[in-house]
Design a protein around this ligand. Structure first.
Ligand SMILES: [Zn+2]
Length: 365
């Protein structure tokens, strides 16, 4: 399995030798351990001559075109050259280390984005599966009190709803609820940390709707939307931030970033064929380009559609650094509408809205 040491080994690979297998490089500068330049070896990149640069001493490379002049590491290079996911690129690079070679320790320069352990994965799959059974069984059909904001005042009022009907009330169809493996935990529970490969206190599994943060088959986080009280959302301990729905992005030219999972699932349901849809799960999460940037490589434009509540500025600024990123205004049919779910519930047509935006951006990108 991937561990931080393996990732560090992969990052410390000899870039000159690696890139030299794909392109012809010439020495252009001696400062900072030397710099080499040549045509970019990345498939599909049409950078100008010598737009590809390698600084082997610094363990980094860039392309003026396809990385926008931003430095990258060896893992990112292999991911792009061979179209490999992060984990396989690490394995490939780490595999090329001979056990006798002196490995240069690389100081950790950025937080390492790796999914939770295999033990955590296994246990989370069990919890997700059980929560799905409960949602589609008796527990999911049984009404319980929810805090539902009054559309006029915004003040939460208790309403009696079954978990399944609460989800349907957000516009999600049953096949969407199944597709995203949503589930239901009927009451607060605690689970021995050792089941998750962790130490310390038992993990707290709150009553609520379970939202698995899946990227492909890997669960990066487990989030629970609680029916009442604050905070509304809880992350299960050991969860790691991830780009929700990242694995559906590769084939799309346009990508829409939503503020949260529920909006992203709804938009994917209504218009997922028109664009790639993704979310970092909360507006305050910044884009970790090192970890998730490669999922966005094929995209030509980015639409950032966050709630109209003024709380999202941080997250938006991070995303606006992407090439051709534009902010989309969330349509408002009612003055109280602030997200896609509200718009949809007010009778809005998300598909029509997105087509309009995409057509509007066509000429600009
Ligand atoms: Zn390039």
């Amino acid at each position: 399995m991937l561990n931080p040491t393996l990732i560090q080994h992969a990052r410390s690979a000899d870039l000159l030798q690696l890139a030299g297998q794909y392109t012809r490089l010439k020495h252009i500068a001696s400062s900072g351990g030397g710099e080499w330049a040549g045509p970019c070896p990345i498939p599909g990149c049409r950078c100008h001559r010598d737009g590809f640069r390698v600084q082997p001493g610094q363990k980094r490379w860039l392309c003026r075109n396809c990385t926008d002049g931003k430095w990258q590491d060896a893992i990112a290079l292999v991911m792009r050259l061979e179209s490999l996911p992060f984990g396989e690129a690490v394995q490939r690079l780490a595999g090329s280390f001979s056990p006798n070679a002196a490995v240069q320790p690389v100081p950790p320069s950025e937080p390492i984005s790796v999914p939770p352990s295999t033990t955590w994965q296994k246990r989370s799959q069990e919890v997700i599966h059980r929560a799905q059974e409960l949602l589609w069984g008796q527990a999911g059909a049984q009404p319980i009190p929810w805090d539902v904001p009054d559309p006029q005042s915004g003040i939460a009022k208790p309403a009696s709803l079954s978990p399944l009907n609460w989800l349907r009330g957000r516009g999600l169809r049953d096949e969407t609820i199944r597709k995203f493996k949503l589930g239901w935990i009927p009451r607060d529970t605690r689970d021995d940390a050792r089941h998750w490969g962790m130490a310390g206190k038992p993990l707290f599994l709150s009553q609520g709707i379970t939202i698995p943060g899946m990227v492909g088959e890997t669960c990066w986080y487990l989030k629970v939307r609680r029916p009442r009280g604050k905070p509304k959302y809880l992350h299960l301990r050991g969860s790691r931030p991830a780009l929700f729905m990242a694995n559906d992005l590769a084939s799309h030219m346009s990508i829409v970033f939503c503020e949260g999972e529920f909006d992203a699932m709804l938009l994917a349901q209504e218009a997922g064929d028109l664009a790639g849809i993704a979310t970092f799960g909360s507006a305050s999460q910044h884009l970790d380009v090192a970890a998730w940037g490669w999922y966005l490589l094929h995209a030509r434009r980015f639409l950032i559609a966050y709630d109209v509540d003024g709380k999202s500025e941080n997250g938006i600024q991070g995303l606006l650094t992407l090439r051709h990123a534009v902010r989309a205004t969330i349509p408002q049919l009612q003055p109280e509408d602030k997200d896609f779910t509200d718009f949809h519930k007010s009778g809005g047509d998300l598909r029509h809205w997105l087509s309009f935006w995409l057509a509007n951006q066509e000429g600009k990108a």
